[in-house]
Design a protein around this ligand. Structure first.
Ligand SMILES: [Zn+2]
Length: 175
């Protein structure tokens, strides 16, 4: 079993890996800073958006470079978040043209300390995973949780259309 995540500082890039070490996810500092701002502004409501970035050529590493803000047509509540779609396509298109990035998953904020995906989170991710419109069969789900009213916990999962969710754990930075 994975141990509960410790509090973390969102001031440096983070890396996560699967238990077998075969899959890695790196989160760029710019993405974490965006998450930090968005979560603080939204607290005590949930918020979220989408993830943009790259996969390594052999697809064993995903690089989360950017997080979108919550689209204006999203619905934010204390215990639920329904992501809207307004402007997302434009945002993605710009990142694709300028940096070759594309959609790689979803993020959202749980104002409580739990960063475990809810049943509904998993259902929504499976819908995305099997949707041709997203063209992303193994989307990432990044969840930020709070302690003392700011984001300080993170979970990263891969949710394939069929089969078990893969939970990744933080890799300690090399010093
Ligand atoms: Zn959730």
């Amino acid at each position: 079993m994975t141990k509960p995540p410790d509090d973390i500082q969102l001031d440096r890039p983070l890396e996560f890996r699967s238990a077998d070490g075969d899959l890695h996810v790196r989160i760029a500092l710019a993405a974490l800073q965006r998450a930090d701002r968005s979560c603080r502004l939204a607290h005590p409501l949930e918020t979220g958006g989408i993830l943009a970035g790259y996969y390594s050529p052999n697809r064993d590493c995903a690089l989360i470079e950017r997080l979108s803000r919550a689209p204006l047509d999203s619905r934010r509540q204390r215990r639920s978040f329904q992501r809207g779609v307004r402007q997302l396509q434009t945002w993605l298109e710009l990142l694709r043209k300028q940096h070759g990035m594309f959609y790689i998953g979803e993020w959202h904020y749980h104002p409580g300390t739990s960063v475990t995906p809810s049943r509904r989170d998993l259902t929504e991710m499976r819908v995305i995973a099997s949707s041709p419109a997203y063209n992303c069969p193994e989307p990432l789900l990044l969840i930020l949780g709070a302690s003392v009213c700011k984001p300080s916990r993170i979970s990263v999962s891969i949710i394939p259309a069929v089969g078990e969710r893969i939970t990744l754990t933080p890799v300690e930075p090399a010093r």
